[in-house]
Design a protein around this ligand. Structure first.
Ligand SMILES: Cc1cc2nc3c(=O)[nH]c(=O)nc-3n(C[C@H](O)[C@H](O)[C@H](O)COP(=O)(O)OP(=O)(O)OC[C@H]3O[C@@H](n4cnc5c(N)ncnc54)[C@H](O)[C@@H]3O)c2cc1C
Length: 438
């Protein structure tokens, strides 16, 4: 019996049985076997989605992680083709020494190429480069009982668009070709400054985003009153000189799952205040290796265990620009009042670059993301209040992080869901999709 697979938040607690294969040409037969025996399945990358979008309705997933080979690389153009189970860390390990970097990366390098496409992930440079899907040149898609198709903006454009942000429902992506971005050094030149409230965040973002490749802010989710929305603003750019070193940071690990969450209001409040005060009140330049800049949480393996056996949920929303400042204020006041949240709460302005994907999450506006230890009150009291604010502001939640959104909210916020449903491989079904659609 293989080790059960979960989503990153470990909520809902639905252990998945993984069915992997070693070689690409074994995939069609494996898909036949699993779907034949269990009626439906779902591709699973590396389980870095928080909620139930990577969980199969049948709890039997096609585990893609062992298909992790680089197939082709042209280091003069930066175009690479790889099997879909390769992680972003594995791509970076070969690309950086050649002077190339991922054009878009999420906050974990342990996502797979297939998972990055299926959630159309975004990163700290959304305002200049849009989502991951914009840099995908093509991919191979396998639908149950059909011959493999190659999808690109010109070949099967409907399946191409539906599979980018398609939540693994249109077929199994088994290889993909992407365009990388040239770099001269793997280090990042940074500028850091703390801000006293939400208005200062928006002022900094308006001034600095256009001038820098990367921009993101940490926010103190428990700060109240005049300090609501205080935080630390960080911008960065790839250094113009330095080495092309690949990250070799020694990883720490949380060895076991405690019975209850180690995050509580007292520890969080003390930590947040200290963290805010430790950052400079004047803009401070610095230089960082790429790993701590992009992937601070990846340093601690299994950090998701600190939330205890009940797991946790991430709440990530985006609100359109016109309503962003007011809505973010309301959201943060509501969270601070509830005294819940996580040390890592992230505010980020998203840009206006359209994604090729049908169901992409980002929109021009502001995104807020933070984790909450799982509890009944969360779903009954706090999340409905936050959902009301997001709905009224015309925003939406991110399926990759979600385990609670109502079907009505999903269908309102993602009107293209019907097109995706038409193109869905009928043999693929996730717990998320069955929750919001069926
Ligand atoms: C610490 C941390 C930070 C994060 N930061 C960000 C961020 O900044 N921005 C962001 O956008 N996301 C972020 N995420 C979310 C994460 O990047 C996405 O959920 C990503 O899709 C996970 O990839 P995965 O390979 O683990 O896929 P999984 O979580 O296993 O699956 C994700 C989806 O992809 C589908 N899928 C997987 N492989 C394939 C395939 N080969 N073919 C077709 N479908 C497939 C699955 O069915 C599922 O619907 C973060 C996650 C963590 C843990």
């Amino acid at each position: 019996m293989s080790t059960p697979l979960y989503s990153w938040g470990r909520f809902p607690h639905r252990p998945q049985r993984g069915h992997g294969c070693v070689w690409l040409d074994e995939l069609p037969a494996q898909m036949d076997r699993v779907i034949g025996a269990h009626r439906s399945s779902l591709p699973y990358g590396n389980g870095r989605s928080y909620g139930d979008s990577c969980l199969a309705a049948s709890d039997e997933v096609l585990h893609m992680r062992s298909l992790d080979r680089l197939i082709e690389a042209d280091w003069t153009t930066g175009v690479i083709k790889a099997e879909a189970g390769i992680t972003l860390a594995e791509v970076l390990a070969v690309a950086i020494p050649q002077g190339w970097f991922l054009p878009v990366t999420p906050g974990t390098q342990f996502a797979t190429l297939g998972g990055a496409i299926a959630n159309d992930v975004h990163g700290k440079n959304h305002h200049v480069r849009g989502t991951f899907g914009r840099h995908v040149l093509g991919f191979g898609l396998l639908r149950h009982g059909e011959p493999e198709v190659t999808c690109s903006p010109d070949a099967h454009p409907d399946l191409f668009a539906a599979s980018i942000g398609g939540l693994g429902l249109t077929g199994v992506i088994h290889w993909a070709q992407i365009q990388l971005m040239p770099i001269r050094a793997s280090q990042i030149d940074t500028t850091t400054v703390r801000f006293a409230n939400l208005a200062e965040f928006f002022a900094l973002s308006t001034e600095l985003d256009a001038r820098h490749e990367y921009s993101v802010a940490w926010v103190d989710c428990l700060a109240k009153g005049a300090e609501t929305g205080r935080g630390v603003f960080i911008v960065g750019d790839h250094a113009q000189y330095g080495s092309l070193d690949v990250g070799q940071r020694k990883k720490l690990s949380v060895p076991l799952t405690p019975p209850v969450s180690l995050i509580n209001k007292i520890s969080l409040s003390a930590f947040n205040s200290l963290y805010w005060r430790l950052h400079p009140s004047q803009r401070k330049p610095g230089r960082s290796a790429y790993e701590p800049f992009f992937y601070p949480l990846d340093r601690i393996l299994h950090w998701n265990r600190i939330y205890g056996r009940r797991g946790f949920q991430q709440y990530q929303c985006v609100v359109p620009a016109a309503n962003a400042e007011a809505a973010m204020g309301e959201l943060l006041r509501t969270i601070a009042e509830a005294g819940q949240g996580s040390f890592l709460a992230v505010l980020k302005r998203c840009g206006d670059m359209a994604s090729p994907g049908l169901l992409s999450f980002p929109m021009e506006g502001t995104s807020l993301a933070l984790d909450f230890a799982q509890s009944e009150a969360l779903e009954k009291v706090l999340f409905p209040r936050l959902d009301d604010i997001v709905r009224a502001a015309g925003g939406r939640l991110y399926p990759a992080k979600d385990a609670h959104m109502t079907g009505a909210d999903f269908r309102r916020a993602y009107p293209a869901w019907e097109q995706l449903e038409t193109l869905r491989d009928p043999s693929l079904m996730s717990r998320f999709w069955s929750r919001v659609i069926l």
